[in-house]
Design a protein around this ligand. Structure first.
Ligand code: ATP
Ligand code: MG
Ligand code: MG
Length: 364
């Protein structure tokens, strides 16, 4: 079996690493000449919408999936007409446009921050009295790690914010005073079987995820599962999904979802019986889904920046280092480390040491 993946970065690399024990092979399509899933996969090098490369991918792969959701909708449609593509193209269409995504949450009865569609500075000026300050202007498409976003503190910020997003179609969202951010990762198979991971509690800085901790038996687990189940069933979804949520006094508001494996689920590699990467492969191949049971305490720390993490990470007991073999660049995720332990004290100490080691190389 050969799995085709659109995108050949660290997510594709970790999917491939999970797939080798199952006897799977991989082929990625990525415009970056260095992005062959870290050398673990056959690599088609070129644009996502190159018809010849897409035809070659559909021909060579038994099934196609994504690590990158911002591929043009007609690419997903083209591939779907030539081979099996999971998650389905409709999930991509919704997830890659923040307006459709927020409307979709509302249709499902899932709460969100107040929001409005913004296509001009006049729209923004008109929306703000209703939305209130602070608020965030976000481009509808192509944003990640907080890119394409501007914080609005008062009416004086509006013109500069609109200019900073270069006048592309946007939404404006009220700022949510959450007590914490969590995400739920789930996998659904073609027959409709769903498994849920324990919640991840996520710490961001500057719009970039820094730390994700497994929260076993969280009081809001059932609420999060209900939200993500609604989403999976409405979309006829197949594969792994991640739903990002704000906890506001025990009510979970939806922020966004990713139709793919997710950074907040990297702790599942060592911290769960079956990783999110393996369960994604099992789901798209219609194999039995694996147990999502946590294996003790687990948390993940991202390493962001131009420098490789200190080898001291390897010297820490109960820590596991994952280097992505990526060209260093400012603000780029180049590695992560996971702490997994049965001992609460070792866990807390190691997590704090990893946090400091990550902070030392952070250039974002
Ligand atoms: P990702 O890398 O997760 O795809 P993104 O660029 O799509 O990021 P968001 O998830 O929308 O951006 O926002 C990044 C972070 O900014 C959130 O995780 C949260 O910490 C903060 N944030 C975004 N929207 C809001 C909001 N309405 N209220 C409060 N904080 C917010
Ligand atoms: Mg996002
Ligand atoms: Mg996000």
């Amino acid at each position: 079996m050969k799995i085709g993946i659109l995108g050949g970065g660290q997510l594709a690399r970790m999917i491939a690493l999970a797939g080798y024990p199952l006897g799977l092979k991989f082929i990625v399509l990525d415009p970056d000449p260095n992005a062959g899933a870290g050398g673990l996969s056959e690599h088609l090098h070129g644009a996502y919408d190159d018809p010849q490369l897409l035809a070659e991918l559909a021909e060579k792969a038994d099934i196609v999936t994504y690590e990158f959701e911002n591929v043009p909708a007609d690419v997903a449609a083209f591939l779907s007409s030539h081979t099996t593509v999971y998650p389905p193209a409709n999930a991509l269409a919704v997830a890659q446009d923040r307006l459709l995504e927020k409307n979709f949450f509302r249709e499902l009865g899932i709460g969100t921050a107040p929001y409005r569609a913004i296509d001009s500075l006049a729209d923004l000026e008109q929306a703000m009295p209703e939305i209130g300050y602070p608020a965030i202007l976000k481009s509808r498409r192509m944003g990640y790690d907080g890119k394409g976003q501007a914080l609005l503190h008062s009416a004086q910020d509006l013109a500069a914010a609109w200019e900073s997003v270069a006048g592309v179609p946007c939404i404006v969202e009220g700022f949510v005073g959450f007590s914490r951010e969590v995400s739920i990762i789930a996998a659904r198979s073609p027959s409709g079987h769903i498994v849920f991971y324990p919640l991840s509690e996520n710490r961001h800085k500057g719009g970039i995820l820094r730390i994700a901790e497994c929260r076993n038996n969280d009081a809001l687990q059932a609420q999060a599962e209900n939200h993500v189940r609604l989403l999976l069933e409405r979309l006829g979804y197949v594969g792994v999904v991640a739903l990002e949520l704000f906890d506001v006094d025990g009510e979970l508001l939806a922020n966004e979802f990713a139709p793919r494996v997710h950074n907040s689920g990297h702790w599942t590699i060592e911290g769960a019986e079956t990783s999110q990467f393996e369960n994604h492969l099992r789901a798209i191949l219609d194999l039995p889904l694996g147990s999502t049971k946590p294996r003790g305490l687990a948390a993940m720390v991202n390493f962001i920046g131009g420098l490789a993490p200190d080898p001291a990470v390897l010297a820490l007991a109960d820590s596991h280092l994952h280097l992505y073999d990526k060209e260093p660049r400012k603000g780029r995720k180049v590695a992560h480390a996971t702490v997994r332990s049965d001992d609460g004290i070792i866990y807390a100490e190691t997590l704090e040491k990893l946090r400091l080691l990550a902070e030392a190389v952070d250039d974002s």
